[in-house]
Design a protein around this ligand. Structure first.
Ligand SMILES: Nc1ncnc2c1ncn2[C@@H]1O[C@H](COP(=O)(O)OP(=O)(O)O)[C@@H](O)[C@H]1O
Ligand SMILES: [Mg+2]
Length: 325
């Protein structure tokens, strides 16, 4: 039986093997209701397989999962009536307009013609697609398509929405549009499980996140907790005298064993993944060498650095993956 305090998702030992491929391998996950939860991992980590099991599309080999208190195997119908899943572009017809697509899907869900048209109009307006409502979907940009796809999954107002890599393959403008959409849905209290291979995306959107690698959760927490756990940060320095930057690079490379990164600002340089004690030592070394600083800051590590410190390797999104996979 479901109770009001049930987490949105509770999975224990969730497992799916494809032959020798341990796609999901004893995954534990608890997602509180009413939050945006990120499932972050590189291509092939097991994100989609996990989502498919949680959404009742794939039967687990072992382990259990409940969605809002309902078992994904034993109570699949109860689960299905409470969730929606996007990433299924097949649901959209390119040769119809945005409004026609949503009206047809609403009719398929049992709405009568007038309520179907009203629901379609409401969704188009809340997704900023009013002006595109009567244009063919094949003329939409990537970001518009992705928003229409999310709108299509919301016709029946789910309690829990699965967004499987909602921004993969989008340009920065399209990605921003989808981010705004996710934020606005979260503001309305919909629980969202978002998978992503983009570390900055999880950082931007997720209240909490699980880092998954090879079918298992290797770290869990808020983005800030995960960053703090690495014990390192980025030391950003601006020099009072830009012409001394080469000297500084020389000094720091010799004492730290890694070269600082240079950016477009000729007075600035950054040392990534440095521990606070070593950052302090580096700064006093510069002072002893008579190098004047305009400013310096020790910033939180990027989630890339977090992944590196957890796995010993950098995440490597697979560029060959089709954008709509
Ligand atoms: N239907 C399938 N048959 C065989 N192998 C699969 C199938 N689906 C996924 N896999 C494999 O399982 C692993 C995890 O895949 P997936 O869950 O799609 O990862 P992600 O979504 O994190 O990129 C990958 O090695 C993938 O090739
Ligand atoms: Mg995937």
């Amino acid at each position: 039986m479901a109770t009001p305090t049930d987490p949105a998702i509770h999975a224990v030992g969730l497992t799916k093997h494809f032959g020798d491929n341990h796609a999901v391998d004893g995954l534990d996950l608890t997602v509180p209701a009413g939050k945006v939860y990120g499932l972050l991992g590189p291509n092939g980590a097991g994100k989609t397989t996990t989502v498919r099991m949680l959404a009742t599309l794939l039967r687990p080999d072992a382990g259990t999962a409940t969605i809002l208190g309902h078992d994904v195997v034993g109570e699949a119908d109860a689960v299905r009536s409470r969730i929606a899943l996007t990433g299924q572009f097949a649901a959209l017809d390119d040769d119809l307009t945005g409004a026609e697509n949503l009206r047809i899907l609403a009719r398929l869900l049992g709405h009568r013609p007038r309520p179907a048209a009203e629901r379609a109009a409401e969704l188009l307006s809340s997704f900023g697609l009013e002006d595109a409502a009567d244009k063919l979907v094949k003329s939409y940009s990537g970001g518009m398509r992705r928003r229409l796809d999310i709108a299509a999954s919301l016709i029946a107002t789910p309690e829990l929405l699965f967004l499987d890599e909602p921004t993969t393959g989008l340009d920065p403008a399209g990605r921003n549009q989808v981010w705004e959409t996710v934020r606005s849905l979260a503001g309305q209290g919909v629980t969202i499980l978002l998978t992503t291979q983009y570390l900055d995306e999880a950082d931007q959107l997720a209240d909490r996140l699980a880092v998954i690698d090879r079918g298992q959760v290797i770290a869990e927490g808020t983005p800030d907790e995960l960053k703090a756990a690495t014990g390192t940060g980025a030391l950003r320095i601006r020099l009072a005298e830009p012409h001394r930057r080469d000297d500084v690079v020389h000094l720091l490379t010799a004492s730290l064993g890694t070269s600082p990164q240079l950016d477009g600002d000729p007075a600035a340089l950054t040392v990534t993944a440095i521990e606070p004690q070593r950052a302090l030592a580096a700064l006093s070394q510069l002072e002893r060498a008579g190098i004047a600083l305009a400013s310096f800051a020790l910033e939180q590590p990027s989630l890339d650095e977090v992944f590196l410190s957890l796995t010993g390797r950098a995440p490597q999104p697979d560029a060959t993956e089709p954008a709509t996979a």
